[in-house]
Design a protein around this ligand. Sequence first.
Ligand code: SF4
Ligand code: SF4
Length: 72
Amino acid sequence: MRGKPIVDVERCKGCMLCNAVCPENIMGIGERFNRQGLAYAVCVNEEACTTCRSCAIICPESAIRIIKYVEG
Ligand code: SF4
Ligand code: SF4
């Protein structure tokens, strides 16, 4: 079972708390902006995600959900 974080870009404020708690440090700020004009978080290495959910739990905007999927 693998998985990755999905960011609701319109909720994200770009605070990067998600990366601060991510054991893999795979959350980063993208180059695009949401409708509020804020650069939002993106997962920069989905392959490394362990689906620990720390990012989703810490996010003050509840902007992250983790999806899980079976490979192949
Ligand atoms: S913790 Fe939430 S609001 Fe902050 S950058 Fe990450 S996804 Fe965006
Ligand atoms: S679920 Fe865990 S490993 Fe995956 S991006 Fe979030 S904090 Fe990082």
